[in-house]
Design a protein around this ligand. Structure first.
Ligand code: FE2
Length: 287
């Protein structure tokens, strides 16, 4: 079984949103949507999400799931906006509670911020499955970048979030609170045990040096043979040392502060204050 996959690339955050649908039939799902955000003005915009919605409407599809591979630190999720427009259930990994506990503390969220994942419609555990029409989607827990990261496997397609990137770019960083290069190595091995021809769809592309176009699709076979961080049988100790060295040199993503506060709430904004406006916080020297 081979879902039909359409990719939407957001140049502002290098994020790929996927629309996947049954080869025959109307059922579809979205993986990792984007709400546009201009940090300087504090303004949100739904251009990116509207492009996906327009496709769904043009093809008369039935949106059943709005899936998140993890709590993203580089873009805001448009899941609630899309749900309001088209319906569908919002799902993420059940270890979201760990992420909510960590960042609930950092952002000093009061008791009104629930840390039980209840903002989402469904929390998936490793080995769970869900239906998208006739298609069965298997859920793999693939932590490392964050403790709650998931990979969604539907037939010959795997949506790997921030684990593997394109073979020439390598793997995702593991230095956010709760991240672990050891866990990422093990998670990647889990993904690489899928059949060689499995299509791998990544959540970000930063156009590796020497490449002139953005790209997001490879295969398990290509990743195993050529991934610059972890391919060709690189061992765990070597990978972990490389990953930690590299992570120490990386700047924080531009939108990490707004992204975490919104995405840990399943894409909802914080409650309005008594003047009716909603605010995001900036923890000084707290991240
Ligand atoms: Fe991420």
């Amino acid at each position: 079984m081979s879902p039909h996959v359409t990719a939407f690339f957001d140049e502002a955050t290098n994020t790929i949103t996927y629309l996947l649908r049954e080869p025959e039939g109307r059922a579809c799902a979205i993986v990792d949507s984007v709400l546009d955000f201009d940090y300087a003005s504090g303004r949100t915009d739904t251009r990116s999400a509207d492009a996906v919605i327009a496709q769904i409407e043009a093809q008369d599809l039935d949106l059943q799931w709005i899936l998140e591979t993890h709590v993203h630190a580089d873009h805001l999720s448009a899941a609630p906006y899309i749900q309001e427009r088209l319906g569908g259930k919002i799902g993420i990994g059940d270890r979201i509670t760990v992420v909510q506990a960590t960042f609930g503390k950092i952002f000093n969220e009061g008791t009104r911020f629930q840390r039980d994942g209840s903002q989402f419609d469904r929390l998936f555990r490793d080995g769970d499955s869900l239906q998208i029409g006739q298609m069965r989607c298997d859920v793999l827990h693939t932590p490392g970048h964050t403790p709650a990261c998931l990979t969604y496997v539907i037939g010959d397609a795997a949506f790997v979030g921030d684990t593997l990137f394109m073979p020439d770019f390598g793997t995702a960083r593991c230095d956010f609170p709760g991240g672990s290069a050891e866990d990422l190595y093990d998670s990647v091995q889990k993904i690489l045990r899928l059949p060689d021809a499995t299509r791998i769809f990544v959540c970000h592309d930063y156009m590796a040096p020497g490449r002139e176009v953005f790209a997001w699709e490879s295969t398990v076979g290509e990743q195993r043979a050529r991934n610059v961080h972890i391919g060709a049988g690189r061992d765990k100790a070597e990978f972990v040392a490389m990953r930690q060295r590299r992570d120490a040199s990386l700047a924080m993503p531009r939108l990490i502060i707004p992204s975490l506060q919104v995405n840990m709430r399943a894409g909802q904004m914080p409650e309005p204050e008594d003047n009716g406006l909603r605010y995001l916080k900036v923890p000084l020297n707290g991240l």
